[in-house]
Design a protein around this ligand. Structure first.
Ligand code: AMP
Ligand code: MG
Length: 420
């Protein structure tokens, strides 16, 4: 691809994704697996539940004994034991007998059902009462009622979770119940973040003539963390090839999996990032038919995939959203690389220049469906337009005007409660 060529967002994304691999697996302890992608199948070594147990506090019985029981003509059974959760009753329940049983306690031999305590004359009595000798059963139950059977949830030997599955709290719980304390997950991507520009000063420094604080570096580190990846701050490079090379070397030394830099990729006199990339690796410099965020440098620096984002803070963030995000998710083993897109009804008019445009907007839910309203000033230096936004409305390539009332696709940046 030569310098003059304009490519589509889709073409750029495909090329970026082609340069990054899915990272290898590492072994982590269970809690460190949260949010990560499994790199192994998990075969259940136990069945769950592991044994027949009661789903209610009540009495373990033989269903045949209470077949005729009702409130008007209760059946009395002799109590032979008490089974707390965690205990096992050594004696069997025989015809005419019962054992008190708590939720989760092991069903004793001989019993085939449980009568909830509410259906006996023991309901609502003192917690500390001694075990009664006789209990009156007020209702009939069928065999198996209120019994949770072994393997009902998970059968030993089955593949419970497959490689590629993302671990949420519920997966962590299932793994804990199966005794999995160590597991293989895809390694977290390490992303080297470099800001470039002579005008940049640190976040702690007072403003002075001609200078602005480096915000991109922080936005991008935050974006990286939000994706479950690890940012490696490479600081700020001056607009010299020498300083850019020096800062990138620190990233190589730290073993980053991807470089993300901002600025220095336009056509300005001091845009040195491209030169450094050309000299130190392979570079494709593109003008992407996208708004905001036309320039995008991409390639490898000493073998490490590289994304050079534009400098304007909104362009940088949106380009990260569109390209770096998918690349980082892919490296981390994710299969779904895109944000959810939902159709919304536009409330105001949008003008575009024919490039695929990402318009900052607020999406809300109304009785008539989702509506989207642009956040006003769309200058690519105006970060507050992104602070107000929860979505980017996509104007497709080739479209120059979208009128109020038309339906657009919204790329949801987040899903605040008021959208649901
Ligand atoms: P450039 O791509 O170097 O021409 O930069 C484009 C615009 O982005 C300029 O107004 C820069 O001052 C601004 N810019 C570049 N880097 C940053 C940064 N790290 N934080 C905030 N603004 C930046
Ligand atoms: Mg610059």
């Amino acid at each position: 691809m030569n310098e003059q060529e304009y490519i589509t967002v889709e073409e750029a994304l495909t090329a970026v994704l082609d340069t990054v691999p899915v990272l290898p697996a590492e072994t982590v302890s269970l809690m460190d697996g949260l949010g990560r992608i499994l790199a192994q199948d998990v075969i259940a070594q136990d069945s769950l539940p592991p044994f027949s147990n009661s789903s209610m506090d009540g009495y373990a019985i033989r269903a045949a004994d209470v077949a005729m029981a009702s409130a008007e003509s209760p059946v009395s059974l002799r109590v032979i034991g008490d089974i707390a959760a965690g205990r096992v009753l050594e004696t069997a329940v025989t015809p005419g007998t019962t054992a008190r049983i708590m939720t989760g306690a092991s069903l004793p031999d001989g019993a085939d059902a449980v009568i909830p305590v509410e259906d006996t004359n023991e309901a609502w009595r003192d917690r500390d009462r001694p075990l009664p000798e006789l209990v009156k059963m007020y209702s009939a139950v069928k065999m198996g009622d209120y019994v949770r059977h072994p393997g009902e949830d998970i059968v030993r030997g089955t593949a419970v979770l497959q490689s590629g599955h993302q671990l949420r709290p519920q997966e962590i719980g299932v793994l804990a119940s199966l005794g999995v304390s160590q597991l293989q997950v895809v390694r977290r991507p390490r992303i080297g973040i470099l800001a470039t520009g002579d005008e940049l000063i640190g976040v702690d420094e007072p403003l002075r003539a001609g200078k602005i604080r480096n915000s991109n570096g922080f936005t991008q580190m935050a974006q990286v963390i939000a994706l479950g990846a690890v940012p490696v701050s490479l600081g700020v490079a001056a607009d010299t090839e020498e300083d850019v090379r020096k800062k990138l070397q620190a990233g190589l030394d730290a073993g980053v999996d991807l470089f993300v830099s901002s600025a220095g990729v336009s056509l300005g006199a001091y845009d040195v990032v491209k030169a450094v990339l050309v000299e130190g690796g392979e570079m494709a410099f593109w003008r992407v038919r996208m708004r905001p965020g036309k320039p995008l440098a991409h390639g490898r620096y000493h073998g490490v995939p590289y994304l050079g984002l534009p400098g304007n803070p909104v362009s940088a963030m949106v380009s990260f959203e569109r390209f770096a995000r998918a690349a980082i998710l892919k490296m981390g083993g994710h299969r779904r690389l895109e944000r959810p897109l939902i159709p919304v009804i536009l409330q105001d008019e949008i003008e575009s220049d024919g490039r695929e445009s990402y318009i900052r907007a607020v999406v809300e839910r109304t009785a008539d469906g989702y509506i989207g309203t642009t956040t006003g000033g769309q200058g690519s230096h105006m970060m507050t337009s992104l602070v107000k936004a929860n979505a980017l409305l996509i104007v497709p390539e080739g479209v120059k005007t979208v009128c109020a009332g038309e339906t657009m696709q919204a790329w949801m940046l987040d899903w605040p409660e008021y959208v649901f």
